[in-house]
Design a protein around this ligand. Structure first.
Ligand code: NIG
Ligand code: FE
Length: 421
């Protein structure tokens, strides 16, 4: 099925030459074509240009099943790429959230066996098919809000069986969903109660048992560690990243959310694809990142929801770094996978310009998933994961008009997406 979208008010994030990421002052640029068209065939972006140059009859002649979409006053942009989520989870945690409102911190809750461990207990009990169905529903929800590709982590299992259960669900989601999905093995998300005081033994279990099984089942593209105060140390992190690398799993890690943990430097040392959270980032971390191929990724939803300090995103871009922004969709610290909200938070809380925010949620998050050659911009040959917006006056309106859904139609893999769940 081929699709011709015509009369596009503004086609956003177009590229002649595919770039794998944008950094520093380049992030202020957003290439656009006003009054334009876009042609999609066999799931890919085939061509685009100005309306004045469109030879419409030739498309009618050549493609008998051609679907025409008249965009009218609507804009077209690449779908969001959400490079950091935990959207496979067994239950929400709104009761804990009330404890947070009453004054308990994320760390207090974790210490008393709540938080990630609370979710891990429920993960043991939930049947695999129920976990799958609920996760599929969440994929539908985020796709309707503009997301076309998503990374999903394990990490609520914390036993071999339960981690494998989560990863099998992610594998099945990859098979049935029109979204592009990457799996990240996060066995080192929290230290199970029975390993408290002998954390090294749990790290041994991850390295000696979990990683080989995950690799054998081809269940993960990446490997993750929560490297932070009260969770995993730099030494633990390095051991796990090294073990993962032996099986071709590149690191994408949680770092510096709760303190200057050394996680950023550990990630860079092991050539992680991304280091994520980054509330605690100073000159040393910026220096390390400038010399690396690692994408710094900020998660505004978590900082907002937990009332934490905000990562120095402005300073990082001004220092010449690239920056990605993802949702961190999870039941504890960011119960939302709405990337439109992330776009608004980028502007409101982190002082990013709309162009920077759009680059940070499309091309740079695609880099942070290792797929920026295929997604994250409007370029010939890329996968046709596209947003057609509602009628909006300007693209600056996208972060400005916060909280509302500005997506009219989603095209995923070259087909109009209709939510099923
Ligand atoms: O990215 N920081 C670590 N992990 C998640 C939180 C997971 C949870 O609380 O369930 C995060 O914020
Ligand atoms: Fe996370």
């Amino acid at each position: 099925m081929a699709i011709l979208i015509k009369n596009i008010k503004n086609l956003l994030q177009v590229e002649k030459e595919i770039r794998l990421l944008v950094k520093g002052s380049e992030m202020r640029e957003l290439r656009t074509i006003k009054d334009s068209w876009l042609f999609i065939d066999k799931g890919l972006i085939e061509d685009f240009g100005e309306m004045a140059g469109l030879d419409e009859p030739s498309y009618y002649k050549e493609y008998h099943d051609l679907q025409i979409i008249d965009a009218g006053a609507r804009m077209v942009m690449p779908a969001f790429v959400d490079s950091h989520t935990h959207l496979v989870y067994p239950a929400s945690r709104e009761i804990e959230y009330i404890d947070k409102i009453k004054g308990l911190s994320y760390e207090d809750i974790a210490k008393r066996g709540g938080g990630i461990l609370n979710t891990a207990r429920k993960m043991q009990e939930i049947p695999e098919d129920v976990l799958f169905e609920e996760s599929l529903g969440r994929l539908d929800e985020i796709a309707a809000l503009g997301t076309g590709a998503v990374e999903i982590k394990s990490g609520y299992g914390l036993t071999l069986e339960s981690e494998l259960k989560m990863l099998r669900v992610i594998k099945k989601l990859k098979q049935v969903s029109p979204l592009t999905i990457k799996a990240n093995f996060l066995g080192a998300h929290s230290i199970p109660m029975e390993y408290r005081g002998r954390q090294g033994d749990y790290v041994d279990l991850i390295i000696n048992e979990m990683i080989p099984h995950v690799a054998e089942g081809n269940l993960a593209d990446f490997i993750d560690v929560f490297c932070d105060k009260g969770f995993f140390t730099v030494k633990d992190t390095e051991r796990i990243l090294e073990a993962g690398a032996k099986y071709g799993m590149r690191g994408k890690i949680h770092a510096n959310e709760l303190d200057y943990s050394g996680g950023v430097q550990a990630g860079v040392k092991y050539n992680a694809l991304s280091v994520d959270h980054l509330e605690y980032v100073g000159d040393e971390e910026i220096e390390a990142l400038l010399k690396s191929d690692t994408m710094p990724t900020v998660l505004p939803g978590a900082a907002f929801f937990l009332g934490m300090i905000y990562a120095p995103a402005r300073k990082m871009i001004d220092a010449g770094l690239p920056l990605a922004l993802a949702s961190d969709f999870n039941p504890g610290s960011s119960p939302s996978g709405n990337m439109q909200l992330i776009l608004s938070m980028a502007s409101i809380l982190y002082k990013l310009l709309p162009e920077e925010a759009i680059n940070a949620t499309t091309i740079n998050t695609a880099y942070a998933m290792g797929i920026s050659d295929k997604l994250g911009s409007i370029a010939k040959g890329k996968i046709a994961n596209i947003i057609i917006t509602k009628e909006i006056p300007t693209y600056e309106y996208l972060p400005y008009y916060y909280g509302a859904n500005k997506v009219d139609t989603m095209i995923l893999n070259g087909k109009v997406f209709i939510p099923q769940y």
